[in-house]
Design a binder for this molecule. Structure first.
Ligand SMILES: [Mn+2]
Length: 488
């Protein structure tokens, strides 16, 4: 998966529709379906290999330590996203809220306030000051019939080791905090929402709460906590590294299966199916991003996700696919010859990209500037394309290598964090590529060759560790793997 230089953010809300849906569901469940008296639903809950609760607490404490007494943080859960009509996308928690709580349900939020919050007796008679407060959905029986178990406040407190109350109290507590603080760090919002008066009339929880905050408490400056969290998230702790290794290993196994499944005249979607089956069979909940499986001309489309074309012998197949395991995603790309053997032209381009990646990977060392690997890759690709006569002007390499080579991975495929010098326990991709679409200004024997090689690299105090090294990457190793396919 490639990091675009122009990151556009778009959040769509369709609330009238959600409200209507809820009304319909409520009326249907009231009339047509009786409540099962002792229903037991699967609770999302925690996974055995999630980080221990102490890790989440530690992360909250590190954030609290960066806040002044006049500021507080609010992390909102991701919204349910509508796909079409009455169907939502499968729910995925906001990465920052997950990072600080491990909590995976919609309708939740976390407040961190260094001065502490004392709750009314009705919610907590201890009069204790809570520096961290989790707000969760009420465990409503009717809602659970449709969507499965809801943790609820009492159980959330036990399971997640954090003071938890129902989310109906969020509005009131936010207002109290706003009156007594001058800065609120909130989940990253679309830019227009932060800088413009809130014109939108959506009913979304986060947006309406923030809008009210802004209207009723102009004393409070709203700031994105992206930078704050990015500083923490870009350095992975030991549990995060373990989870990333797990998603990388699942991804390696599935890539291998997809490579072995490839035959001329199959459709791209068949390979996508083999890949994603390989993820899910091994316990990955989802893909970390839409799988990119493109052959021939589609190998030159950087973010091709349609996967509808029939693949021909003689073409290359580019697969950029990563499993998401417990919210941590891998990001791996391999490019293979559909026939099992690269043509001389494909081989020539492959070897340039491989050499560029080799040189780039050697630069993932503590203290090295993050731009160094990409500039090494550029040098090699530029020289290689000149030598093959694909370009005649050095700067024209940009026609065929239009993207960067480095980005963090973690809870997001383009993970949070400002880029600077490499530090131990950062995990980043290394992904040079060369793409020569049809009608490019070069000999047409090069057309429709798109090659990308992408691996996931752990920065250490010593040599870089290629977490995805077990997946063949060198040209002859890939061809050898594909030969074992013919014998099957
Ligand atoms: Mn990538």
């Amino acid at each position: 998966m490639l990091l675009s230089l122009l990151k556009s953010r778009f959040l769509g809300y369709s609330f009238a529709f959600v409200v209507a849906l809820v009304l319909i569901l409520v009326s249907v469940s009231n009339s047509a379906l009786a409540q099962p008296p002792d229903a037991r639903y699967w609770l999302v809950g925690r996974n055995a290999d999630d980080a221990p609760l102490s890790r989440y607490k530690e992360r909250r404490e590190r954030i609290l330590a960066t806040l002044s007494e006049k500021s507080f943080c609010v992390f909102f859960a991701a919204d349910e996203r509508n796909r079409q009509n009455d169907v939502n996308y499968e729910y995925r928690q906001n990465s920052d809220l997950f990072y600080t709580t491990g909590f995976s349900e919609a309708g939740s939020a976390l407040i961190l306030a260094p001065r502490g919050i004392v709750l009314p007796d009705s919610l907590d008679s201890s009069r204790r000051k809570h520096m961290a407060l989790l707000f969760v959905q009420a465990d409503d029986v009717r809602e659970q019939l449709w969507n499965g178990a809801i943790t609820g406040a009492r159980r959330a407190q036990e399971l997640y080791g954090i003071m938890a109350i129902e989310n109906k109290h969020l509005r009131g507590i936010l207002a109290e905090l706003a009156a007594a603080h001058d800065t609120a760090f909130i989940t990253e919002l679309p830019t227009t929402l932060v800088v413009e008066p809130f014109l939108s009339d959506s009913l979304d929880m986060q947006e309406s709460l923030v809008r009210n905050l802004k209207k009723q408490h102009p004393n409070v400056t709203l700031r994105s906590h992206q930078r704050l969290l990015g500083e923490l998230r870009k350095i992975k702790d030991s549990h995060e590294v373990e989870l990333l290794k797990k998603s990388v290993n699942i991804t390696i196994a599935a890539h291998r299966e997809a490579i072995l499944a490839t035959r001329p005249d199959m459709f791209e979607y068949e390979i996508e199916a083999a890949m994603e089956a390989g993820f899910k069979r091994r316990g990955a909940e989802d893909v970390g991003y839409a799988s990119i499986v493109g052959a021939g001309p589609n190998s030159c489309v950087l973010h091709y996700t349609a996967s509808r074309r029939q693949m021909r012998s003689g073409e290359v197949l580019l697969m950029d696919c990563g499993a998401e395991y417990h919210n941590y995603t891998a990001d791996i790309t391999r490019t293979i010859p559909i026939s099992g053997t690269f043509s001389p032209e494909q081989a020539a381009v492959y070897d340039i990209v491989y050499a560029a990646q080799e040189a780039a990977i050697s630069e993932y060392r503590a203290g090295v500037d993050w731009r160094k690997p990409h500039s090494r890759a550029v040098e090699i690709i530029r020289a290689g394309l000149l030598k093959l006569g694909i370009i005649t002007q050095p700067d024209d390499y940009k026609l065929y290598f239009p993207h960067g080579s480095v980005h963090y991975i973690g809870l997001d495929v383009h993970d949070a964090g400002v880029y600077g010098q490499f530090q131990p326990n950062m995990v980043l991709t290394c992904e040079p590529g060369v793409y020569i679409p049809e009608n490019s200004p070069c000999d047409k024997k090069w057309w429709n060759i798109g090659i990308r090689i992408e691996d996931d690299i752990l920065v250490t105090n010593g040599d870089p560790v290629n977490l995805s090294a077990a997946l063949p990457r060198k040209r002859d190793a890939l061809e050898k793997l594909m030969k074992s396919r013919a014998r099957k």
